[in-house]
Design a protein around this ligand. Structure first.
Ligand SMILES: NC(=O)c1ccc[n+]([C@@H]2O[C@H](COP(=O)([O-])OP(=O)(O)OC[C@H]3O[C@@H](n4cnc5c(N)ncnc54)[C@H](O)[C@@H]3O)[C@@H](O)[C@H]2O)c1
Length: 666
C-alpha cells in the first residue's frame, strides 16, 4: 500500500490514461461557477487545460473538459484525482529527497483531506473558493516535483501551477507560492471569474493556497478570543447569559457556535444551506437546530435565563431572523455576520424569499436578478441590525466584507457624515489593539509524525514556556498571555484536531520564538518528531487589508500593501521552508494582499538559527509598521523588542501635539 502510494506520487501525471470518474452525490461540491467565457475564450481554456497531457489523449479529454467547463464553469480534471486516500501521513512515508519537501507534501495533502477541505473534489479548502490548486493535473505535477526536489532547488508555484524546479541553495525556501497576483487594474471580482475559468489564476484565500489550513481549530481560537473580548469590552458583566447572534455555519464560520460555547455566551447562528447546518450539528459543533425563528429565539431566552452557554442553529436566512428579533423587541448583546460576503455574487450570500436550491439556480441562470435580490436583502439586513443596535446591541464586522458590500448595495451603513462605516471591524476594536499591535497572532504547528502523543508533548512544552514568560510579562500583555495559557491547557479537551496533529495559539514575538526553540530542542533530544511551524495570514505582519487586518491603521497607509510584500520577501531569505503571497483572502479579490510561511523544525542547529531570525522579523515587521502608524500599543511593543534585541533598530514616530494642528486653518 505504502509502496503504491509512493509510486503514484513519483509518477505525477500517470503513464496511462485513468478511466473517467463520476463524483458521488454525497460529496459537498463547489457551486457551479458563472458561465463567463465567450466561445473563443472557452477554446483558450481548453487549450490551456490540455497542455498538461500527452497529445494522444487530447481527442478523448477535449470534449470531457469542455463538458466540465460548461457544467461547472471550471475545468477541474476530475478523472485525474488519485485513488489513494487524501490525508496527512507520517512525514517518513513521503517519497522525498529532503525532509523539507516531505513537510510540504504533508501539508498539501492535509489541505485536500475530505475531513478538512470544504469541496475536496474541486481542490477547495475553505471559503467557497479558497483553492490549493486549480485542477488535479497541477496537484499531480507538484507532488512529483516535490518528490524529486533536493536541498539545492526551489519549486515556483504560479497560482496552483508548478512552473518548475529551479536551482537555488540550501538557505533558500523550497517553495515560493504566489496566488492571484494580478496587474492591479484587473482585480475586480469578474476578473477572478474569467481568469480562473481560463486556468491562469486562482483564489488562494489566506491559508488554502499556502497549504497552512489546519481545519476549524484556527478559527475557533480566533473567534473565541474575539467573542470573549467583545463581551468583556462592550457590555457590563462577564459573558454569562449574553446573547450573540450571527450567520454562517460553513468552513470557517462553523466555528462560531463552538467558540460561543467556549467563551461562555448563548449563541444563535443562521445558516441557509441544510447540508452545512446539519453537518455542524452532527459534529456536535452546534447544540440545537431549528427551522423556526421563534423557536430559536425562545430557546435562546431560556438558556440566557438559566445562564447556560448553549448554541443554536437557525436553518434559514439570517435576515429573516434579524427581522423577527426586531418585531419581538429582543435584546441582543453581540451581533456579527460570517456569510461569505467576500464572494457575494457566486454563492457567498443568499437572498431572502428563495430556498437554497432556488437561489443556486437563479445564480447560474439569472445572475443579474440574483445580484439585485442580494442587494435588497443586504439593505434589509442592515436596517434590522441598525434597529437592534439602537436598542443596545454591539455589532461588529467579522472580516467577511459585510460593511463593504452593504455600502456597495446602498444599505444604510454609513455614519452621519457619510464617510465612515457605522460599525467597527473586529480588528479596529478588538483584535488590532489587543493582539496584533502587541505582536500576538495565530501561531500554529503541526506534528509531522502524525502522533497525538507528540501533540500532547508540544502542548505541554508551549504551556511551560508561556507560564515562564508570564512571570516577567508587562501588565499590557498579561490578559492575552493568560487567555492563551488557558486555551492551551484546555485545547486537548476541546477536541479540535481534524486532519493533521495541529495546534494553534496566539503568541507574540518572544512567545513564538521561545516555543519554537523549545520544540527544536525536544526534537534534537528525540522526545518528539519533526514539527512544522506556520501561521494564519490573518496576523500582525502578513496581511494588508484596509477592511480587516489593517483596519486599525489610521495614517492613510491602510490602502498600501508594502508590509505584506516586505514580509514575504523578508521571510524568504531568513529561513522559511516555504513562503506565499496572495491577492484576495477573506475579504475578497482585489481587497487584500496577504502572505504566510511554513518552516520545518528538525532539531538541527540550522533550524534554530533560522527560527530565531525569521520569527523575529515575521512579527516585528508588522509591529514596526503599526508603530509608525502611531498605534500606541505597537509603539510600546517595538520599544520593548528593541530593548530585548539590540540589533533591531526601528524608526519610531514623533507624535505631534494636538494644539499645534487644531490651531491651523485647513
Ligand atoms: N475574521 C476572520 O478571522 C475570518 C476567518 C475566516 C473567514 N472569514 C470570512 O468569513 C466568511 C465565511 O467564511 P467560511 O469559510 O465560513 O465561508 P463559507 O462559504 O464556507 O460559509 C458561509 C456560510 O454562510 C451561509 N450563508 C450565506 N448567506 C446566508 C444567509 N443570507 N443566511 C444564512 N446563511 C447564509 C452559506 O450557506 C455558508 O454555509 C468569509 O467571507 C471569510 O473570508 C473571516
Amino acid at each position: 500500500m505504502s509502496t503504491a502510494f509512493k509510486e503514484a506520487i513519483k509518477a505525477g501525471i500517470p503513464q496511462s490514461l485513468p478511466p473517467k470518474r463520476t463524483v458521488g452525490a454525497d460529496v459537498n461540491r463547489a457551486p457551479k461557477r458563472k458561465d463567463i467565457l465567450r466561445p473563443g475564450e472557452k477554446r483558450l481554456a481548453l487549450e490551456n487545460a490540455l497542455r498538461y497531457f500527452p497529445k494522444e489523449w487530447h481527442a478523448e479529454l477535449a470534449p470531457e473538459f469542455l463538458e466540465e467547463l460548461k457544467i461547472f464553469g471550471r475545468i477541474y480534471m476530475y478523472r485525474f484525482k488519485p485513488n489513494y486516500q487524501m490525508k496527512a501521513r507520517d512525514i517518513s512515508e513521503y517519497p522525498a529527497q529532503c525532509t523539507q519537501a516531505a513537510s510540504i507534501m504533508l501539508m498539501i495533502q492535509n489541505n485536500l483531506d475530505p475531513a478538512v477541505a470544504q469541496h475536496p473534489e474541486e481542490l477547495i479548502t475553505y471559503g467557497g473558493n479558497g483553492a490549493v490548486f486549480q485542477n488535479w493535473a497541477q496537484y499531480l505535477l507538484t507532488m512529483k516535483y516535490l518528490s524529486e526536489m533536493t536541498m539545492k532547488q526551489t519549486l515556483h508555484m504560479y497560482s496552483g501551477h508548478p512552473m518548475g524546479l529551479f536551482p537555488s541553495s540550501e538557505e533558500a525556501p523550497r517553495v515560493v507560492v504566489t496566488n492571484g497576483m494580478m496587474i492591479p487594474n484587473y482585480s475586480q471580482p469578474d476578473d477572478w471569474e474569467k481568469f480562473n475559468a481560463l486556468g491562469v489564476t486562482q483564489y488562494g484565500q489566506m491559508t488554502a493556497g499556502s497549504y497552512m489550513y489546519i481545519g476549524p481549530q484556527g478559527i475557533v481560537h480566533g473567534t473565541t478570543i474575539t467573542v470573549l473580548n467583545a463581551a468583556r469590552m462592550k457590555s457590563s458583566g462577564g459573558p454569562e447569559g449574553k446573547l450573540f447572534v450571527t450567520a454562517g455555519l460553513g468552513g470557517m464560520s462553523g466555528a462560531q457556535p463552538k467558540a460561543g460555547n467556549i467563551a461562555g455566551v448563548v449563541s444563535i447562528t443562521a445558516e441557509i444551506n441544510p447540508k452545512a447546518a446539519y453537518k455542524r450539528h452532527e459534529q456536535g459543533w452546534v447544540d440545537e437546530i431549528t427551522e423556526s425563528t421563534d423557536e430559536a429565539i425562545d430557546m435562546a431566552l431560556e438558556f440566557q435565563a438559566a445562564k447556560r452557554a448553549r448554541s443554536i442553529a437557525f436553518l434559514g436566512n439570517i435576515v429573516d431572523l434579524w427581522e423577527r428579533m426586531v418585531e419581538r423587541n429582543i435584546h441582543v448583546d453581540l451581533g456579527s455576520d460570517q456569510t461569505s460576503l467576500h464572494n457575494p455574487w457566486a454563492g457567498g450570500y443568499y437572498p431572502q424569499g428563495l430556498t437554497y436550491e432556488q437561489a443556486n439556480t437563479m445564480m447560474a441562470e439569472q445572475p443579474e436578478e440574483f445580484k439585485s435580490r442580494i442587494q435588497s436583502t443586504l439593505k434589509n439586513h442592515v436596517t434590522a441590525v441598525n434597529a437592534l443596535v439602537e436598542k443596545g446591541m454591539y455589532f461588529f464586522d467579522y472580516g467577511n466584507a459585510f460593511l463593504l458590500e452593504s455600502s456597495r448595495a446602498g444599505a444604510d451603513i454609513m455614519d452621519a457624515d457619510g464617510e465612515l462605516f457605522r460599525y467597527p471591524s473586529y480588528v479596529q476594536d478588538i483584535m488590532g489593539p489587543m493582539c496584533f499591535d502587541y505582536g500576538f497572532g495565530p501561531f500554529r504547528w503541526v506534528c509531522a509524525s502524525g502522533k497525538s502523543e507528540d501533540l500532547d508533548k508540544t502542548d505541554a512544552i508551549a504551556q511551560e514556556v508561556l507560564e515562564g514568560l508570564m512571570q516577567n510579562a508587562p501588565a499590557e500583555i498579561r490578559q492575552q498571555m493568560d487567555d492563551n495559557i488557558r486555551w492551551i491547557k484546555g485545547a486537548k479537551e476541546n477536541k479540535l484536531v481534524v486532519g493533521s496533529q495541529a495546534r494553534i495559539l496566539y503568541a507574540d514575538s518572544e512567545g513564538r520564538t521561545e516555543i519554537a526553540r523549545a520544540f527544536n530542542k525536544a526534537i534534537a533530544a528525540g522526545e518528539i518528531g519533526p514539527v512544522i511551524l506556520g501561521r494564519d495570514h490573518h496576523d500582525v505582519s502578513g496581511t494588508d487589508s484596509p477592511y480587516r487586518e489593517t483596519s486599525n491603521i489610521y495614517d492613510g497607509s491602510s490602502f498600501t500593501a508594502d508590509m505584506a510584500i516586505q514580509n514575504v520577501i523578508g521571510d524568504s531569505f531568513r529561513g522559511a521552508t516555504w513562503v506565499s503571497i496572495h491577492n484576495g483572502g477573506g475579504v475578497g479579490w482585489g481587497e487584500v494582499i496577504n502572505g504566510g510561511f511554513g518552516m520545518l523544525l528538525d532539531g538541527s542547529d540550522d533550524a534554530e538559527r533560522r527560527l530565531e531570525t525569521m520569527l523575529l522579523y515575521d512579527v516585528n515587521n508588522g509591529i514596526a509598521r503599526r508603530s509608525w502608524a502611531r498605534n500606541k500599543e505597537a509603539i510600546f511593543a517595538i520599544k520593548r523588542e528593541m530593548e530585548r534585541t539590540p540589533t533591531l533598530k526601528v524608526t519610531v514616530p514623533e507624535l505631534v501635539d494636538e494644539d499645534i494642528l487644531s490651531n491651523l486653518d485647513f
